[in-house]
Design a protein around this ligand. Structure first.
Ligand SMILES: [Zn+2]
Ligand SMILES: [Zn+2]
Length: 339
């Protein structure tokens, strides 16, 4: 890269609620309504309603419409993964992030420099989305959701096998699987199908619309039936997908004595599982774990690493010990990932 080019942080920088590209006059994943937003993926802390124009993958646009309504942005510009668009002289390319269906890294090139804003991402296999693609760059912007050495996720296939053996061991108990309603829920269904489970899978009302959208977008999830209107007896010994918040609430009482499972990277922490009354923790995450995160950062060969949300301090400190230039962006509006 040309050494006389202006440093990336003179034209790409955080502005409170998102990252702003000055020459392109657009924001990436802004936390408030703006004129022009580039959206990495459909999760609530990245995709919000009310922008005048949204550029995203076709899948992310469909997800936003299901979550927020057809008119949730003034205009939509779909850009397929791998394609490039020029915005006011700035090159913008969307590259697979491997996080959920439609998720993209935003590759921005201007004045001889390249920045990659990865949004949320993972390196592990996921049959519901395109695999993460590594792009070398000058500045790599990364999340830090699980940026502590304690976080090591299990293979989803391994956890699915655990679930199936629990179903065999407890044939009279309904298995309630708490999973984030966008991405994790559909991935768990698909992985359980790949493990050979062909019974109908029952859905809490909060996971129906997005699961149907996944099916419509070509992700085969097998036979899905709504919990609503189904006799709880006929779900005994079966799988019910629900948002994590439904696990301990009134809704779950209809199942009698269910096995509560929760598919989340947070399940690595035993205390959390116990606290939430989770009998069957499934350590499955749609984010990089600690080894994957460090590996990815190094592979990008980035001169500088900017850290968005999660355990920023731990990651910045650790990268410092490796002699890497890293800084926390302190973006507003990103909470702990509900994943
Ligand atoms: Zn996400
Ligand atoms: Zn996120």
């Amino acid at each position: 890269m040309i050494s006389t080019a202006p440093p990336v942080d003179t034209w790409l920088y955080p502005v409170g609620s998102g990252i702003y590209c000055e020459p392109g006059d657009f924001y990436i994943d802004p936390g408030r309504a703006v004129d022009r937003a580039v959206i990495t993926h459909g999760h609530g802390d990245h995709a919000r309603a009310g922008h005048r124009a949204v550029l995203a993958t076709p899948e992310t646009i469909e997800i936003m419409k299901v979550r927020y309504g057809e008119d949730c942005a003034g205009a939509f510009q779909p850009l397929a993964l791998g394609e490039t668009v020029n915005i006011n002289g700035v090159s913008v390319r969307l590259v697979p992030a491997g996080h959920i269906l439609g998720s993209a890294q935003v590759v921005i090139e201007w004045a001889g420099r390249r920045a990659v804003i990865s949004g949320d991402y993972k390196r592990a296999a996921d049959p519901t989305c395109a695999p993460f693609e590594l792009v070398t760059c000058d500045v790599f912007v990364t999340e830090a959701t699980f940026a502590l050495p304690v976080f090591r996720h299990e293979k989803a296939e391994h956890e699915a096998a655990k679930l199936l053996s629990s179903l065999k061991a407890e044939p009279d108990r309904t298995h309630l699987i708490g999973a984030y309603n966008l991405g994790k829920c559909q991935r768990m269904i698909r992985v359980v199908r790949d493990a050979g489970y062909d019974q109908p899978i029952y859905l809490h009302g909060a996971v129906v619309a997005l699961s149907e959208l996944y099916q419509k977008l070509g992700i085969d999830l097998g036979e899905l039936l709504p919990v609503a209107g189904t006799d709880p007896k006929s779900m005994r010994g079966g799988i019910v997908m629900c948002p994590p918040s439904a696990l301990g609430d009134r809704w779950s009482r209809r199942f009698g004595d269910p096995v509560n499972a929760f598919a989340s990277g947070w399940m690595r922490v035993r205390g959390r599982a116990r606290q939430l009354g989770v009998e069957l923790p499934l350590v499955v995450s749609d984010h990089v774990d600690w080894p994957e995160l460090i590996q990815t950062v190094l592979e990008t060969e980035a001169e500088e690493i900017w850290v968005t949300h999660g355990r920023e301090d731990a990651l910045v400190h650790y990268l410092g010990t490796l002699g890497r230039k890293a800084r926390a962006l302190a973006l507003v509006g990103y909470g702990e990932e509900a994943e």
